[in-house]
Write a protein that binds this ligand. Structure first.
Ligand code: IPM
Ligand code: MN
Length: 373
């Protein structure tokens, strides 16, 4: 089949990890006889430099016309350290989410057996953890009115949610739970926030339509603690925009590295796939960043396109790279040597096109040669 994929490499390590995800997609195209047409677009700090705008109009058009969007990362320390900057790279991503109405952000977390020793948690706590965060992505405090007083001594960010905004992501979370372990945990701050109380009321009402799914509630502070103490209790976590941003970073640390976490941002018309890590500018151009989150995001993209077998092939290749220790520094196990971003990508692509282990020469991997005999 033929698909058009918008590719937005973005800032920092975005281009180098996205290049590895494209290698994986090219390998899938070859192995399963598909055609992926890539349309590259700019967003973020690189777009500001080229056009003065973090989200050029052309980027929106390319994304709207594509079957799916592969995104790298956004952000630059130049802006992080300048609170008075009027134009910021992140605005590009936030505007794109809003423009395409990508209201549901899905972040799966899984404790890979081969990464348990890199997790900061004890083996028995992390082992077999497997949950997914459904984060509302186009509402709440991220998109409310922002004000700074004339004398610059008072600032405010307004958080607003409507029943409709809560409902649409909630349905998707419950449908996901029906296909998993049938439990939804709503994470909020209903003891303090009016928006959270509206979430509870709305979600409780919708839960009645999904009688096979158990609904639990947790305050976000408590949820952050429980994620560390007992991550196995979670199946589907449903939460608002800001809390979802925070707890997904907490959760990512459990799996050994934020460099492992993929995500999808889904709307009714478009889907965008991106690693949850940021632009990690210190590592830019050094060929050391972990490309697996981006590669796994490409896997989620394939699923979205209905290519399930192909997505499984990506996941199997990732599992294999972990089993063989062909990894970047962040998830390197004791007594093992790490390799580069591009070599991890080469291995994954080789493994996808050549899924029979007997054709692989594992000796060559660390020497940077092709793994296919
Ligand atoms: C994320 C990121 C973004 C967010 C930033 C880059 C705007 O941290 O996708 O988690 O806060 O949503
Ligand atoms: Mn984040």
């Amino acid at each position: 089949m033929k698909f058009t994929i918008a590719v937005i490499p973005g800032d920092g390590i975005g281009p180098e990890v996205t290049a590895q995800a494209k290698k994986a997609l090219d390998a899938v195209a070859e192995a399963y006889d598909h055609i992926f047409l890539y349309k590259e677009a700019q967003l973020g700090s690189c777009a500001i430099e080229a056009t003065g705008n973090p989200l050029p109009f052309e980027t929106i058009e390319i994304c709207k016309n594509a079957d799916a969007i592969l995104f790298g990362a956004v952000g630059d320390p130049k802006y992080d350290n300048d609170p008075s900057a009027k134009i910021r790279p992140e605005q590009g991503l936030l505007q794109l989410r809003k423009e395409l109405d990508l209201y549901c952000n899905v972040r799966p977390l899984k404790a890979y057996d081969n990464l348990i020793s890199t997790s900061p948690l004890k083996r028995e706590v992390i082992k077999n953890s497997d949950f997914v965060i459904y984060r509302e992505l186009t509402g709440g405090i991220y998109f409310g009115k922002k004000e700074l007083s004339q004398d610059q001594k008072t600032a405010s960010d307004v958080s607003t949610y409507t029943v409709d905004e809560i409902s649409r992501v909630t349905h998707l979370a419950f449908q996901a739970a029906q296909k998993r372990s049938k439990k939804v945990t709503l994470v909020d701050k209903a003891n303090v926030l009016e928006t959270s109380r509206l979430w509870r009321k709305t979600v409780a009402e919708i839960a009645k339509e999904y009688k096979d799914v158990k609904l639990e509630y947790l305050f976000v502070d408590n949820a952050a603690m429980k994620l560390i103490l007992d991550p196995k209790q979670f199946d589907v976590i449903l939460t608002e925009n800001l809390f979802g941003d925070m707890i997904s970073d907490v959760a990512s640390a459990l799996c050994g590295s934020i460099g492992m976490l993929a995500s999808s941002s889904i709307g009714d018309k478009n889907g965008l796939f991106e690693p949850i890590h940021g632009s990690f500018s210190e590592a830019k151009g050094k060929d050391i960043a972990n490309p697996l989150a981006s590669i796994l995001s490409a896997g989620m993209l394939l699923k979205y396109l209905g290519l399930h077998e192909e997505a499984d092939a990506i996941e199997r290749a990732v599992e294999k790279s972990l089993a063989l220790g062909i990894t970047t520094e962040d998830i390197k196990r004791k007594m093992q040597k790490s390799t580069t971003t591009s070599k991890v990508g080469d291995f994954i692509a080789d493994y996808i096109t050549n899924q029979d282990d007997s054709n692989m020469n594992f000796q060559n991997i660390h020497m940077g040669q092709s793994t296919i005999i």
